[in-house]
Design a protein around this ligand. Structure first.
Ligand code: FAD
Length: 478
């Protein structure tokens, strides 16, 4: 069945909230038939609810997409409910002849989409899906024995080899509107923006939507990329792209990032080595999506099952101290406070705070993953679970558990003058550089607020390190 048979076409938008390089939208537009762009706030029972920070983002991203669609003669239809029931209703009320979408790669989405596809086909409605979200879909990159890669470096080498001709679809210039639009809900009624309290004041640094994504990419390629490889580990310096939430929502796609970065390198506008390093970060995103596709339980279960016996500790008080950014280790606290205030945390600091939770506090990585899920604007099933498992030592190609970050040394190495700590932990701002990562050595403490948290950290580093190694040895039966 072809999607260009008579009748309107529904474009079901999900993690592809953009007009440019959106193959499903382009395919629908190319038929010349009326197009109905639809976003469903999916309430299928059992689906993992969105976190608060991603809900904040989605609110703005949908508004931006609706605005863009209106400039080309269309609009975005918003509906909520279990996806299949909504789709049945919209198809029935519009007489749609076809439904198209761009694919997702987690098990719950695959099951849902397969069920909807089967039902549409049974009802004589054409259905087609496309790739907008990845450079290479997970089943296309395999090792010599036809198996998915479990180690990043060979994965990325093989993946890159498949990327000689990356094709971009231009945004449609016009969409044909249907004779009448189906019923739509209002974004305000969805209540995605927080109220009582509105904790999103510090999220102003973001501009969700396709234009904001493009501006961020252009800005990165016209400046920060120059020192990306050298400085990307310094949280006090702007040397990374901050594209992750835009990529998560598909306001920009990895193919667009790939082409723009390669073009900048080929034109001599950005050093090739810096661009290659940046694109390898996109490679980690691809790798995590591949791992999640082949191991759908990744968000819940240890990738390496020997970790199922790990003696995690349940300690709600310590977890709360960590999540509030009050552990007494300045670099850890700065990261957790940046996260709470802005919905983002620098990658190096994510690694430090995650390591601190699973190794210094011996708290299960799944508790940290859930906190990030709720508070990150880029919270992403594949990237969040993949990275938490990587830090915890139980993931694919993971950092070994016994390599335990020293939060003092990490702070001194990556935030030597304390610029990042001073910004997010203002009660330490007056400390000299030499003490900024060891504030308990200051006498007296710079303020009453500093005294409460920094006179003594929640755990001593050496003792915590020994305890973590002991736990790891017990796992191996030493
Ligand atoms: P850049 O350095 O500019 O990289 C460009 C893009 O590559 C990013 O936007 C992102 O899409 C991708 N990328 C970079 N590093 C990674 C990585 N390690 N793994 C996967 N993709 C990567 N990233 C998320 O997108 N969502 C998450 O939920 C998430 N949770 C994380 C949890 C932990 C414990 C850790 C250690 C890392 C997590 N990351 C997550 C990965 C990484 O921290 C962010 O992608 C990165 O900080 C985003 O900043 P950027 O856009 O400036 O990155």
């Amino acid at each position: 069945m072809r999607i260009d048979q008579d009748g309107p076409i529904i474009v079901w938008l999900r993690h592809d909230l953009r007009l440019a390089d959106n193959p499903a939208l382009v395919a629908a537009a190319a038929t010349g038939r009326p197009v109905i762009p639809l976003y469903i706030l999916d309430q299928t029972p059992g689906a993992r609810p969105m976190g608060g920070a991603t809900a904040w983002w989605l609110d703005k991203s949908l508004a931006a997409l609706d605005g863009s669609l209106r400039t080309i003669g269309s609009r975005l239809i918003l509906r909520r409910g279990p996806a299949r029931a909504v789709m049945e209703d919209v198809v029935a009320h519009t007489g749609a002849a076809a439904v198209v979408w761009n694919r997702l790669y987690d098990a719950a989405s695959i099951d849902r989409d397969s069920e909807i596809k089967a039902w549409l086909k049974d009802d004589g409605i054409a259905c087609e899906s496309f790739n907008a979200g990845l450079l290479n879909e997970p089943w296309t990159v395999k090792n010599g024995s036809g198996q998915p890669y479990k180690v990043f470096t060979p994965y990325w080498r093989a993946a890159r080899e498949q990327l000689h001709h990356v094709h971009l679809e231009p945004a449609p210039e016009r969409l044909t509107a249907p004779e009448s639009w189906p019923r739509a809900e209002s974004l305000e009624d969805w209540g995605l923006h927080p109220t009582k309290p509105d904790w999103s004041e510090g999220f102003d640094l973001w501009t969700p939507g396709e234009a904001g994504a493009r501006a961020r990419l252009d800005h990165f390629l016209s400046g920060p990329v120059q020192a990306h490889d050298r400085q990307r580990d310094l949280p006090g310096v702007e040397a990374t792209s901050r594209l992750s939430p835009h990529l998560h929502f598909g306001e920009i796609g990895p193919r667009q990032v790939w082409v723009a970065a390669r073009t900048a390198a080929e034109a001599g506008d950005a050093p090739k080595g810096q661009v290659d390093k940046f694109l390898s970060e996109i490679g980690w995103r691809e790798f995590n999506h591949s791992i999640l596709f082949h191991d759908p339980d990744l968000p819940k279960a240890n990738f390496r099952p020997e970790f199922d016996r790990f003696p995690w500790i349940r300690d709600d008080a310590a977890f709360q101290t960590w999540s509030r950014g009050e552990t007494g280790y300045p670099i850890v606290d700065a990261g957790m406070r940046e996260l709470w205030a802005t919905g983002f945390m620098h990658n190096r600091v994510r690694m430090i705070v995650a390591s601190f939770l699973v190794k210094h506090l011996l708290i299960d990585w799944r508790e940290g993953e859930a906190w990030f899920w709720d508070t990150l604007v880029d919270a992403d099933l594949a990237n969040n679970a993949g990275n938490w498992q990587w830090v915890a030592g139980c993931g694919a190609d993971a950092a070994p558990y016994f390599r335990i970050f020293n939060p003092i040394a990490q702070g001194q190495k990556f935030d030597p003058a304390g610029a990042y700590v001073r910004r997010w932990v203002p009660e330490l701002a007056d400390l000299p550089d030499a003490l900024i990562h060891e504030p308990w050595k200051a006498s007296p403490q710079p303020s009453a607020a500093a005294k409460r948290i920094y006179a003594e950290p929640i755990v001593g580093h050496s003792a915590a390190r020994e305890r973590a190694l002991e736990a790891y040895r017990s796992l191996r039966g030493d």
